[in-house]
Design a binder for this molecule. Structure first.
Ligand SMILES: Cc1cc2nc3c(=O)[nH]c(=O)nc-3n(C[C@H](O)[C@H](O)[C@H](O)COP(=O)(O)OP(=O)(O)OC[C@H]3O[C@@H](n4cnc5c(N)ncnc54)[C@H](O)[C@@H]3O)c2cc1C
Ligand SMILES: NC(=O)c1ccc[n+]([C@@H]2O[C@H](COP(=O)([O-])OP(=O)(O)OC[C@H]3O[C@@H](n4cnc5c(N)ncnc54)[C@H](OP(=O)(O)O)[C@@H]3O)[C@@H](O)[C@H]2O)c1
Ligand code: SF4
Ligand code: SF4
Length: 537
């Protein structure tokens, strides 16, 4: 009974290290790992010990016999990988890698700007060094970045990576300053003066623009706003999302486009036990949308969505999925992706269900409307009628005050994460808006190696601040800042409210209410706990 990796994999490779027989690949360091959509269990090597399932923070691995009907395709997908890459070497990888140690005595205090996956993985890598303490600043009152405000609520397994973040937060030497916007409440110069090193992991908040007429009409919405809306981001919870027309159009063929199309078409019952925010769930329950047309400018073989997400979509029995503008030649190739698309193309229509249309080789030329969107022109005068258009065409990091910025790539130029000694980047602001949650782990490791090199060679400018002085600066500039105890109070309250309805949490979507809940538990950020000896990992 081999175990099988399913679609909600986030590629952080905890399972690979846990496997006693080295039968999960690609492993870190192997060709293809950095860009892997997922990892694969070799069914012939698996000894059925379950260690991988226990290690996986995303609940992505299940025994073969426990696969839901919609997950069956993953068994073949896992096995197929080993037909191409047999991986004859079966020595276990689960040896404890030698831990690098700093050669200069600390203490060193490091600011990590932001509590998304890249920031928290960076903090985790830094806290392996007992001489280091880390302050994580984020402009939101809740950590997790896109795991909380991006990942689709109908992927609850992926959201479980939040448990891993909670373990990182509890480590000695970790301190939060939440609700603190760097660039507004504290400046780059403040941070550089206060800390031995500053790491920016601010993500890629800017949605790309289509640059076509009608883009800003009411009813034309950027995916970054829509995903924030259904995920209960206080910045977006008042977004007006017109759901009164029977058709919506999503532009883009990436994974975000598939997330949005699913969320707009899944029945309300499929979402009621997720962490979807309450008001959007109510709006989606009343939605008149019956069909979402997803426009991609390329052919099926080149679409940006990944195979695990396509398998997941094809496996949903509460949706009809059809292809348009995929001709017979597109569907000849002998790849797993094309096999799934062939199956979809051959599937009889499922009347009565809501529908996602994956339309290829189609780009919008104009968004049509007066007071609001009424359709999308796609060339040759064809207009697809719709009441909502979602632009899911990727994200772009914003410039960070005090740091250089490359307009072409939209990232901060760096060398292995180092912008200059004392200033570093990690995550999407470093690599651009691509990759999975786990990709940020290896990205953070590279950045932390550069920080350790600079601390060891005494290249970082010496700070003038102390742990107490930065707390005073923050308290003076942003009285609404909260600490770990404040976030834990919000977390507890959300879980408590959710438990009444069989949901993982009921998100508090109003910032003032978040503050009230946090304040019941906390005052100003407490002084950091000092290092008290080696910790168990
Ligand atoms: C809609 C969507 C769905 C996704 N779903 C999945 C999925 O299912 N599985 C998967 O593996 N990957 C998924 N991804 C990719 C994954 O979310 C990213 O790889 C990851 O979040 C990038 O991490 P990051 O830390 O660089 O950025 P982010 O997660 O964006 O975190 C950036 C943080 O910076 C903070 N911030 C920004 N500016 C400032 C400032 N000036 N001061 C203080 N704080 C600031 C923000 O509040 C945020 O907390 C998804 C991405 C998107 C967009
Ligand atoms: N479940 C998951 O694992 C998950 C979920 C969500 C996101 N993510 C990851 O997060 C990252 C970002 O995802 P994303 O979907 O935002 O970006 P993406 O993968 O880059 O996809 C962007 C899509 O928009 C299209 N596009 C770009 N500019 C366009 C234009 N001007 N006109 C028409 N179409 C245009 C692209 O087409 P071209 O391909 O032709 O450029 C592509 O289809 C990806 O790495 C993704 O895998 C993962
Ligand atoms: S999420 Fe991580 S631990 Fe889980 S299957 Fe993917 S790589 Fe393995
Ligand atoms: S069940 Fe055990 S042997 Fe099989 S892949 Fe998981 S860790 Fe490896």
């Amino acid at each position: 009974m081999p175990y099988v990796v399913t679609q909600s994999c986030c590629a952080d490779a905890s399972c690979v290290l846990a496997c006693p027989v080295n039968c999960i690949h690609p492993a870190p360091g192997e060709p293809g790992f950095a860009d892997a959509e997922m990892v694969y269990v070799d069914p012939d090597g698996c000894v059925d010990c379950g260690a991988c399932a226990t290690a996986c923070p995303a609940d992505a691995i299940v025994p073969h016999t426990a696969l839901a009907p919609a997950q069956q395709a993953f068994a073949a997908l896992n096995a197929a990988y080993y037909e191409v890459f047999p991986h004859a070497d079966r020595r276990p990888l689960a040896t404890v890698p030698q831990q690098r140690r700093l050669t200069r005595p600390g203490p060193f205090r490091i600011a990590v700007v932001c509590a998304g996956p890249a920031g928290l993985f960076t903090a985790d890598e830094l806290l392996r060094h007992p001489e280091v303490s880390v302050d994580v600043h984020d402009r939101r009152l809740t950590p997790g970045g896109l795991v909380r405000f991006g990942v689709a609520p109908d992927h609850p397994g992926t959201k479980q990576v939040g448990e891993l973040f909670a373990a990182i937060e509890r480590q000695p030497g970790f301190r939060y300053f939440l609700g603190v916007e760097v660039g507004r409440d504290v400046t780059h110069d403040d941070l550089v003066a206060q800390y031995d090193a500053v790491v920016y992991a601010v993500g890629a908040a800017g949605g790309r623009r289509l640059g076509i007429a009608g883009e800003d009409l009411p009813g034309s919405v950027a995916a970054v706003d829509l995903v924030g809306w259904y995920n209960g981001d206080p910045d977006h919870h008042r977004l007006g999302v017109p759901l009164d027309h029977e058709r919506a159009v999503v532009v883009g063929h990436g994974n975000v486009a598939l997330d949005v199309a699913r969320m707009l078409t899944r029945p309300a019952t499929a979402l009621e036990h997720t962490d979807v925010a309450g008001p959007p769930w109510a709006a989606l329950s009343r939605s008149r949308v019956r069909e979402v047309v997803v426009l991609g400018r390329r052919g099926p073989a080149d679409a940006a969505f990944t195979l695990p997400e396509l398998i997941g979509l094809a496996g949903l029995d509460d949706l009809d999925v059809v292809l348009e503008r995929a001709d017979e030649y597109d569907l000849l190739a002998d790849t797993e992706r094309v096999r799934i698309l062939r199956q979809l193309a051959a599937r009889p229509p499922r009347p009565g269900l809501r529908r996602i249309v994956l339309r290829f080789r189609t780009a919008p030329v104009r968004i049509v409307g007066g007071d609001r969107v009424v359709g999308v022109e796609v060339g040759d005068g064809e207009v697809i009628e719709a009441g909502l258009v979602v632009r899911a065409i990727g994200f772009r990091p914003q410039p960070v005050p005090g740091l250089p910025y490359d307009e072409v790539s939209g990232t901060v130029p760096h060398d292995g994460g180092r912008v200059r000694p004392g200033v570093y980047v990690a995550g999407w602001v470093k690599r651009g808006a691509r990759g999975f949650i786990g990709t940020n782990r290896s990205c953070a490791r590279e950045t932390v190696a550069a920080i350790l090199d600079d601390l060891d060679s005494d290249r970082c400018p010496r700070p003038v601040g102390t742990a107490a002085s930065i707390a005073r600066v923050v308290a003076g500039r942003q009285p609404d800042a909260i600490d770990l105890a404040g976030w834990q109070a919000i977390d507890r309250e959300e879980r408590r409210r959710g438990s009444h309805h069989g949901r993982p949490r009921a998100k508090i979507v109003d910032r003032q209410e978040q503050l009230r809940v946090a304040r019941r538990q906390t005052d100003l950020p407490e002084a950091p706990r000092r290092y008290a000896g080696p910790r168990a990992r």
